[in-house]
Design a protein around this ligand. Structure first.
Ligand code: G1P
Length: 289
């Protein structure tokens, strides 16, 4: 019988060099889209998909993330003693349950595959999700929840995928496509960041994964790939053939918040989708025309 997906891994050890100097002393995952840090969107998406254990793979200089999901007694006291109940509620709601959250450190930035491998003891022998907070997905049904439905149908590995312009293949893991059935695409192969002329398709991997624990055997081999880093894509490629492996074309809009323009677009889209902000933001945009 297929095991339930209870755990999610959040690799948050990256240096965030693309956002320097903003990320010199602040984790890039704490960059806000409107009024919420990127990592909170990812955690909320996981919660909405029924995830019960939240595993953060952090690094030096990332303690702000731990503090964000903990109580801030002083702030909570001030807010409640001054009658600002709704703000106090916002803060208390984001505290993760005791024992539901674990932090482990990736001591060296050796790549995404290595970051996920650092979580192996905390994940154990069960399927698990991986969420990259840089990829922010606005969707009616949260992306991970959509993927879980596909996981319980296929009993195999599921990765979120979308088509990108051909000239962008070198930014993503790219799928060598097999049979397509509805939203599911059989994955025959995977290549990390190929040049457009070498890319097997334009179907790219977006930062949401549901993986079987066998992945840890391959990650443990610590083979270096693209950019001299231990790539998650390379170990996923080795899983193909052992267990079902599908790309899942999710419904929703993905914003690349690892990129400045994508991050600004996310701020515009999320503020325009809020009743309390839409009109004001529209008139600001109009004034720049
Ligand atoms: C990572 C993965 C890549 C994937 C991308 C999605 O790359 O290595 O396969 O397509 O996330 O955002 P990064 O953006 O961390 O360089």
């Amino acid at each position: 019988m297929i095991q339930r997906v209870r755990k999610a891994v959040f690799p948050v050890g990256g240096l965030g060099t693309r956002f320097l100097p903003a990320t010199k002393s602040m984790p890039k995952e704490m960059l806000p889209v409107v009024d919420k840090p990127l990592i909170q969107y990812a955690v909320e998406e996981a919660k909405a998909a029924g995830i019960e254990e939240f595993i953060f793979v952090t690094g030096r200089g990332k303690t702000a993330i731990e503090d964000h999901f903990d109580h801030s007694i002083e702030l909570e006291n001030i807010l409640s003693s001054t009658g600002r109940k709704s703000e106090a509620k916002l803060l208390s709601e984001l505290v993760l349950e005791p024992g539901q959250v674990a932090y482990t450190r990736q001591q060296e930035p050796l790549g995404l595959g290595h970051a996920v491998w650092c979580a192996r003891e905390l994940v154990g022998n069960e399927p698990f999700a991986v969420l990259l907070a840089d990829d922010l997905i606005q969707a009616e049904t949260p992306c991970l929840k959509q993927m879980l439905t596909a996981f319980y149908q296929t009993s195999g590995n599921i990765i979120a995928v979308m088509n990108v312009p051909k000239q962008h293949t070198a930014r993503y893991g790219i799928v060598d496509m097999g049979k397509e059935t509805g939203s599911l695409v059989e994955v025959k192969g995977l290549v990390e960041k190929p040049a457009p002329e070498k890319a097997p398709s334009t179907l790219s991997v977006i930062g949401r994964y549901i993986l079987l624990p066998e992945i840890f055997e391959y990650l443990g081999q610590k083979e270096k790939g693209r950019g001299g880093e231990i790539q998650l894509t390379d170990s996923m490629a080795k899983l193909i053939g052992n267990s079902p492996f599908h790309g899942f074309k999710f419904e929703g809009h993905r914003f690349d918040c690892g990129d400045k323009a994508g991050f600004i677009e996310a701020n515009l889209a999320f503020s325009l989708s809020r009743d309390d902000m839409r009109d004001e933001i529209f008139s600001i945009i109009e004034s720049y025309k």
